[in-house]
Design a protein around this ligand. Sequence first.
Ligand code: ZN
Length: 258
Amino acid sequence: MPRAQGAIRLFTIFGISVFVHWSWFLVALYEVDRTKQYSSVWWSVLEYVAIFAIVTLHEFGHALACRQVGGVANQIVLWPLGGVAYVSPPPRPGATLWSIVAGPLVNLALIPVLLVTLFLSRPISPSPNFTLFIQQLNLINVILLVFNIIPIYPLDGGKILRSVLWFFVGRAQSLMATTIVGFVGVAGMAARIVDDVQAFRREGLGQLLDDEVVHSPCHQGRLKHFAPGWKDGRSNECGRQRHSLSLSRLERGCDASA
Ligand SMILES: [Zn+2]
């Protein structure tokens, strides 16, 4: 986990200091250069910054809720994988649950805000870039929400599960139960990734995108790293062509994995 030591302090509000780790800038340069769906690179820069603005709001949800229940929370650190709010709620299940659940609630509250912004701005949108920008923020906000509520410790979903169990079986037992669920979940996800890689080698990218992008938003972040055009459908189309190519080769009796 990133620490505030060695990170740059951006600002302090409500007594909570927001830091950004130096590695964030390196990944930002790579990501902004790689995403080319806008007509100007500055929209990519704006999108990247806006994503982390959403992440920061999510972390403020945790921090402010923790303070509300009498806990300590005075640091948020942003890094390429998102953000970390260093919160220490009072050791009570209700206080812990509220401190954790407040983060995803921020993303949930942002869904109607972003949808209304998209709906209202469409007829008067100054450029297609702006519409795409709001669409992307909508999508990424939903992905962040879905990813965070997967009930695997230490994701928010795992911590929420732990806090709920705490009410019924106590602090130590709830942690043990959540850890076991976490191991099972990670093993399941690892098996799924192996399955994906095998499907990729067997069927080509098209089958993966058809199966995964449509049905599983939490996999989009992973997929976009090896399918740079996935957001605008270029890879999907390309993938379909590759997939149909594989099928036609199969029909001709060729080895599709060659
Ligand atoms: Zn969170």
